[in-house]
Design a protein. Sequence first.
Lengths: 414, 281
Amino acid sequence: MTKLLFLKKNYFYIIIFFLSFLFLNNSFANTVTLKSAGALAFDNKNTLFVGDQKSGLVHAFELDKKILNDQSDYVFGRAQTFEGRTISYDLTKDIGELLKVPSSEIIINDIVVHKPTKQIFLSAHNSKGPEAEGFIIKLDNGNLNLVDLSFAKHTTQSIGTVSANAKLEFGQNLSSFAITDVDYYEGELFVAGVSNEEFSSKLRRFAYPFNNNYSVSSTEIWHAVHAQFETRAPIITQTITEINGEATLIAVYACTPIVTIPLSEIKDGALVRGKTVGELGFGNTPIDIINYTNLWDGSDNFLITNTNRSATQIPFNALVNAEEMPNGEGVKPLFAVGGVAQYQIPLTGVLHLDTIDETYAITVRQSSVDTGVLELHSIPMPMFFDRSDHIVEMNWPNGPDPFGYNSAPKLTFN
Amino acid sequence: MSLVIKVMQQVLLAALFSLSPIVAQENTIKLISKKNTTSVFMLPNVSELPENTLRIYLTFSESMAYGQVRENIQLKDKNGNLLSNSFLNLGIELWDPMQRRLTLFFDPGRIKRGVGPNIYYGPPLKKGNDYILTVSALMKNAKGVKLFEDFNFLFSVGDPIRDQINIHDWKIIKPKYGTSDSLNIEFTRILDIGNAKRMINIVDHKEKKINGRINYDGEVWKFYPEVPWNSNKIFLHVNPKIEDISGNSIVGKFDKKQSKEIKNSTKNKIIEINIFNEREI
C-alpha cells in the first residue's frame, strides 16, 4: 500500500514536472502563431493590423520599443540624383533563410511602413502549401528580422466570414474570403476582400479597439467599361482621405473603376452607390493605392500600381473636382482610360508598395536583371523614378550630365 | 496489403473517370499506368455549360501549391488554340483553406451583355462551341511535385441562363420516413457548386438542423441524413443569395440592367418549403 502511495506520489511529481513545462512554454515562448498573414496596415500610432484570411480574423498588435526601432539614420538613397537603394537583392531567399525554408516556398503578401520610425514591415508565408504559417518580418538597418509578436498586446476581430454552415460532407470548410486590403482611419478599420463562392463588393467596417460590432455594406458602382451599373465587383485596394471636409473611401475595383464613397454612407446592410470618377482601363488589375505629398510642388496625390500597365498618378485636386463619369441610358461603353486626370508613372513590376516618408517609397519588385527574383528596393519620390532602372544617356560614362549627377560623389550606404 | 489498397484506389479512380464525361479518356489510361495518382476534376461535372458561366471550380485530390494558376490553367478552343483573357485576373488565387479546390471566375465584363468587353471581345464561351480547360502538367502540388500530365476537360456550351432562380421550379424527390435514403432535388439549371452545398439546409419541425452529407456536382442535389428520417415535417431553408453557375440568385439577376433605384433586397430571409405532409407518411 505504502509502495503504491509512493508510486502515486511519484506520478504526481512527474505530472507536475510536465505541467510546469507546459506553463513555461505558454509564458515565455512565442505563443502567437498566425494561420496566415496578408494585408497590413498601421494606425496613427503603433498598432499593426494583419489580415488573416485563414482564421477569418484581423489581428491588432500594439508594438512597443521591443519591436519598434527608429530607422531615421538608415539611408534609403539619394533622391537629388534619383538613386534608390536595393536593400535585399533576393528577398524570397533572404526571408527563406530567416524562416529556414527554401526561397521557393516563400510568399510575400504585403508591405507597410511604420511612419514615425520609418521601420518597414512585411507579411510572408513560409510555404505555398495549405500548412503555411504567417510571419511578420521587420527591417532593422537593412537587416531582415522576424518579429516576435508575443511582445505585443494582441487583440483580434472576426471578419464574420466563416459561416456556421460551412462545414461540408467531409468536415472541410471550402468557402474562403481573401482579404485584399485593410485600412485604418480615425478609430476604424475598413476591410475589403474577395469571396471564393460569390462575386461581391462587401466592405467590412470595424471600430478599433475592437468591440465585436461591425457593419457590412455593399457598394453599387457605375462601371464605365461595362456601361451599366455593376453591383458586385470586389474592391482590390483602397485608401481613405478627407475630401472637402468629408472622410471618403477611394476604392479601386477589380474591373478597374476608381470610386469615391463618403464613409458616412457605409452602414450595416446598406447598399451604397459610389461615385465613379475614373477608369483604369480594361485588361488590367490594380494592385495598390497610396496617397503621398509631392515635396516639389506641395501637391497631394494618389498612386495606383497595376499588373499590366505602368503605375497611375492622380492629383488629389483632380479627384476632388472630378465629375461623376457619365452613366445611365445612351452612354457608350468606354474602353480606354477615362474620367479623372491620370498620369503614367514609370513604375512596373512592383508587387507591393508603401511610402517611407515624403522622399522615398519602398517596393517589393521584380529584379530588372531577373524578373523571377524579387528585390526590396527604395525609390525616390515624387517621381517614383530610379535612374539606375532606365537606360538613359546620363548613366553612361562621359555621357551628358545636364543635372550634374556624375559630378555628385559616389553614393555609399551605411 | 498497401499494394492491394493502391490497386483498389486506382480501380476506383478509373471508375470515377469513366463516369465523368468531361475528363478526356487518355488521362484515364495513363493515370492507371503511372505511379502518380493526383487527379483533377472540374466542377460542375457536366458535359454542357451555359454560355454565361461565371464561376467554375477545379478540385484536386491533394493540396496544391499557391501561386501558379495564371501560368498553368488555360482555356482553349476544341482545336487547342489558347483563348486569352477568359478569366478574371484578381491578382490573388481563390483556393479553399486546404488548397484542394480552386475557384475560377470568367471575366464578368465579357459576360454582361451590351457592355464594353462583351461588345468588343464577346463572351469567353460561345453557344454551340466546344472548349477544353487545361490544367498543365507543370502545376505543382503542395510538396512541389508536378502533375504527371496535362488534364484536359472538354465541354460544350449551350444557352445562357439570364433569369433569377425560382425555387418553385425545383423538383423535390422525397425520401421515405425511417430510411436513410437521400432527399434529392433536381434543379432546372446548374447551381453554383459551393453555394448549393452551403446555402441549402434542412431543418426538422422544431427548426433543428438535420445533419447529413450533401452530394452535388451539377446534376442532382442529394442530401443523405446522418440518422434515418424521423421527422414528419422537414423544411428546406434556402438562402436567397444562393447563386446559379451564372451568378443569378433568388433575389436578383447577375446580368442586371441599369436602374436608378437602389434596392436593398439582399437581406437574409429564410424560404421554407414543406417537404413532408403528415398524411403522406
